[in-house]
Write a protein that binds this ligand. Structure first.
Ligand code: FDA
Length: 396
């Protein structure tokens, strides 16, 4: 006779979404086991937000998410809001602050959030098995059987919370997509998102030399735009404005960057021509841009020695276009190695927006990043993990 352990709910993946789901299901008296192959739970929470975890955003709403169905996330997000999570954080007396744009961070350490989730789990007697490999998930008469390196398990409900493919070094796998495919569910092709761009070979050397230069920019693709900081690195462009727009970028397309969104360079240069005719263009541009970048523009346009008095209208136009309508053609992205999230995932058309249960496979749920719901930078991805975890936790 094989030894089979029974639970009501098996949650595959002990990250943000899985732990939240376990807490909610446990509160309803369900016997819950969370299984993870990693040594520690919620490693991504630990490294998130530079170690301080940007755990939610005060302004989080459906408009902060990308999905084939932009309406799908509404139900879960309104059922469990950022205010609900803040209330939980307050109850655990975790100190936090708003950094910018509604982004809430721990004052001390992201580990406070992990500890809070584990304390909540223990309070409802939800179990957690770490360093446990999952080899198979099969449908049986009254639920599912899950084969693991620690034995066979059976449960009425299985929740897939194994996240996306980003940062494989931290244990990310495509496991959730494989399970979806096994049960015949459509998966929107996953791709790295919130990820730095790399240079094309023709600009790699000149731009790479400006590594470390940061400035506030506006990035845009069609009607989508973000106004935040950009960082020039040895390998490409990074910083929040770049990571945000990367989720909308596709190979072969350019990104428009306005390097000085709060200035009108043409007007500034024309005005300065009367006031400082002997100043060089690069000197005047460095009033609005980092000095190294101003010098780069002057070199690029071959006007390093040009005095403002000698500047033609055409040259002013060239400066204006380079700064305000810069067409940046990425060579590619840094890929899953550094991507903060994975775009795409289990198609929302396969899932109930209220419970995250697969419509064609009763008892099978998908939550968190594995679903085709991807947030903007700024705490929205964790809010989706909490909200979708609670939605499933109330239904399993
Ligand atoms: P998550 O990836 O957290 O958890 C999945 C779990 O499943 C992991 O514990 C993994 O070990 C386990 N697993 C995977 N495959 C398995 C398998 N085959 N068998 C068993 N277990 C398996 N978001 C945000 O809102 N604010 C922020 O500050 C940040 N910061 C940030 C920094 C960095 C560097 C990264 C990479 C990401 C962020 N994010 C973020 C994004 C955020 O971390 C992410 O969206 C959530 O962690 C997703 O939660 P999930 O629970 O869905 O997956």
């Amino acid at each position: 006779m094989r030894n089979i352990t029974n639970y009501d709910v098996l949650i595959l993946g002990g990250g943000a979404a899985g732990l939240m789901c376990a807490i909610e299901a446990g509160k309803r008296g369900r016997r819950v086991l969370v299984i993870d192959h990693a040594k520690k739970p919620a490693e991504k929470i630990r490294i998130s937000g530079g170690g301080r975890c940007n755990f939610t955003n005060l302004h989080c709403g459906p408009g902060n998410f990308l999905s084939q169905n932009p309406h799908f996330c509404k139900s879960a997000l309104s059922n469990y809001t950022s205010a609900d999570f803040i209330e939980l954080v307050r109850r655990h007396q975790i100190p936090f602050h708003e950094k910018t744009l509604g982004q809430l961070f721990c004052d001390t350490s992201a580990k406070d959030i992990i500890k809070m989730l584990l304390v909540e789990m223990a309070a409802v007697k939800a179990e957690l098995w770490l360093e446990t490999n999952i080899s198979q998930v099969t449908k049986i008469d009254d639920g599912f059987r899950v084969e693991t390196s620690k034995g066979s398990l059976e449960a009425q409900s299985v929740v897939v919370a194994t996240g996306g493919k980003s940062i494989p070094k931290m244990g990310a796998t495509g496991f959730g997509y494989d399970i979806a495919a096994q049960f015949g569910l459509a998966v929107i092709e996953p791709r790295p998102a919130l990820v730095p761009f790399t240079y094309t070979s023709d600009i790699a050397e000149t731009w790479g030399q400006m590594s470390g230069v940061a400035m506030d920019v506006r990035t845009s693709i069609a009607k989508t735009r973000f106004e935040e900081a950009m960082l020039i690195t040895h390998r490409g462009l990074s910083g929040p404005a770049i990571l945000q727009i990367s989720s909308y970028w596709r190979e072969g397309n350019a990104v428009e960057i306005n390097m000085a969104p709060n200035h009108e360079i043409g007007i500034e240069l024309a005005g300065a021509r009367h006031e400082r005719p002997k100043a060089t263009v690069a000197t005047v541009l460095s009033d609005f841009l980092p000095k190294r970048f101003a010098q780069h523009i002057a070199e690029h346009l071959n006007i390093s020695e040009l005095k403002l008095a000698d500047m033609s209208k055409k040259t002013i136009q060239l400066c204006e276009d380079y700064i305000h309508k810069h067409s940046f053609m990425p060579g590619g992205t840094e890929g899953y190695r550094t991507a903060e999230v994975t775009l795409g995932g289990v198609s929302t058309s396969e899932l109930s927006q209220k419970t995250m249960e697969a419509k064609s496979v009763p008892g099978l749920f998908f939550i968190g990043e594995v679903v085709d719901v991807t947030g903007h930078l700024g705490g929205h991805n964790f809010q989706w993990a909490w909200s979708s975890g609670v939605a499933a936790g109330q239904a399993v």
